[in-house]
Design a protein around this ligand. Structure first.
Ligand code: ZN
Length: 270
């Protein structure tokens, strides 16, 4: 039966038709969960910019307000949260994402572990049911950086993955359906970022690398010298030096700038 292989090849686009490559999505909704305002830019700014250019709706759900990470002894948590919010709005603007598409989940930096787990799972599940995304981007629970970096990364990774499962079954948080009219939603595709050796999907961001660096460096207070003594503007020389350093360390594959993911659809990893 020599027809078998050609038939399989013919069917493949049909199967993938339900799960198009991220770069080929048009008019879809993509939801990204980020532990802090800045992880979305570090992991995915190139991909997000491409998605926006392709007329997709991109929603950023931000778990924490990042109100702890400053070495400036004059800084307060309340002020830092305001600064980080403004920086995130600017970074999103660079990527073409309006601030209306930023969902602040309202937790304190480093404290996700102490939020009641049921409350955190329900919060993320509700967002998935509300926005009904065609793809969700989330930290990879198995990624080394996620496991060892910081509690919020571990929590955001596991909680988001668990919420994706919960969102599709109506008996999890049934109040969403009975009280809010939110139907169950099965997320067709997941793209895990901050993944390590499990990466199986790369987005070429050659055309977006400079925009990515601009989005990352919109987080002025996360970098020297502002992280030690806050000031809202970059010194131009510091900015160029920081961008050059980031570009030199940016992930490359086959000579191209890329962003790496572990892509998975339902129970069938690609
Ligand atoms: Zn982070």
């Amino acid at each position: 039966m020599p027809i078998r292989l050609p038939l399989l090849l013919m069917l493949t686009p049909l199967l993938w038709g339900q799960s198009p490559r991220l770069e080929e999505m048009r008019g879809k909704t993509v939801l990204l969960f980020t532990p802090h305002p800045d992880d979305d830019a570090f992991c995915c700014a190139g991909t997000l910019s491409i998605l926006v250019k392709n007329q997709n709706r991109v929603i950023l759900a931000i778990y924490t307000n990042d109100d702890k990470g400053s070495a400036d002894l004059e800084m307060t948590s309340e002020r830092l949260a305001r600064i980080r919010k403004g920086e995130q709005e600017q970074a999103a603007r660079v990527m073409g994402i309006p601030k209306e598409n930023l969902i602040w989940m309202g937790h304190h930096d480093g404290m996700l572990e102490y939020v009641p787990p049921r409350e955190l799972a329900e919060q993320a599940t509700l967002l998935i049911r509300k926005y009904r995304p065609d793809a969700v981007l989330l930290p990879d629970p198995g990624g080394e950086y996620v496991r060892w970096h910081k509690t919020d990364h571990r929590m955001a990774a596991n909680n988001s993955a668990d919420a994706i499962r919960a969102a599709e079954w109506h008996l999890y948080f049934p109040n969403h359906r009975t009280h809010l009219g939110l139907e169950p939603w099965r997320v067709p595709m997941m793209y895990f970022y901050y993944t390590g050796k499990d990466a199986n999907y790369w987005v070429n961001i050659d055309g977006e690398i400079d925009r990515k660096l601009e989005a990352i460096t919109a987080h002025v207070s996360q970098f020297e010298p502002a992280i030690r003594r806050y000031r809202p503007e970059w010194n131009p020389a510091d900015l160029e030096k920081t961008k050059a350093g980031l570009k030199a360390r940016a992930l490359k594959k086959d000579g191209r700038f890329v962003e790496a993911y572990r892509a998975a659809g339902e129970f069938n990893p690609m």
